[in-house]
Write a protein that binds this ligand. Sequence first.
Ligand SMILES: [Zn+2]
Length: 200
Amino acid sequence: MSKMFADCPICKASQKLEVTTKTEKIPYFGEIMESTLLCHECGYKHADTICVEKKEPVKYTLTVEKENLNARVVKSQSSTITIPEIGLKVEPGPQSQGYVSNVEGVLDRFEKAVKTALSWAEDEQVKKNAVIILEDIAKVKEGKKEVTLVVEDPFGHSIIMHENALKSELTEDEIKKLKTGFTTFESDELETDNQDPSED
Ligand SMILES: [Zn+2]
């Protein structure tokens, strides 16, 4: 673990930002680096997890049961997390962070996000849906509802660590549909490149 001080990007205080980095080797996965930023002046906090090694695109699927709620999950900045049965999906964006948690921790994060959405929602249908999702998440945690946790990462920096987690490769099409969290050039015209010109 190493510590250093830097200038805070938020309040601009000089040398008040404590930067802690820690590298950790995860079995069958490789080395990851966790970094934490904490400003002693304004309280700004940011945590991130970066995989140090280059990897192939990957997809992990796990049927969530009460017994595997503590299975470790490494989510990189570039990964998409989906629970299709409940209609939950988190895609990478400029604000996305990587983290190391477990299945229950992922559910907690979804729960928090839905609660935030619920507090802002004005539309009755949106509110109703949010309440149903929260009930579903609670059922999953109690082992009363079976769902699938899917983690897709075009850079292969994410993992669900459990013997029942199914690891598969991403198809070219699946990779194209994933967002990376980085700014990319998007154009409708580019999609026609996928078509085989010999087909008519
Ligand atoms: Zn600050």
